[in-house]
Write a protein that binds this ligand. Structure first.
Ligand code: ZN
Ligand code: ZN
Length: 53
């Protein structure tokens, strides 16, 4: 009996990229939140965020 199968388990690192203008990771932003925070970052202002959590 021979086993020549090579199991390639690719585990993606759950890298959470934090938003520049709020303490939430980008993946918790909805489409509107991304636009809002992107605009905030571009404007260099801290005006809170509209994230739901
Ligand atoms: Zn944000
Ligand atoms: Zn936020």
């Amino acid at each position: 009996m021979h086993t020549s199968e090579s199991l390639s388990v690719e585990v993606e690192a759950e890298e959470q990229v934090l938003c520049a203008s709020c303490p939430h990771p980008w993946n918790e932003h909805d489409a509107l939140g991304v636009r809002y925070c992107t605009a905030s970052t571009a404007a260099g202002v801290t005006r809170g965020c509209i994230c739901s959590r």
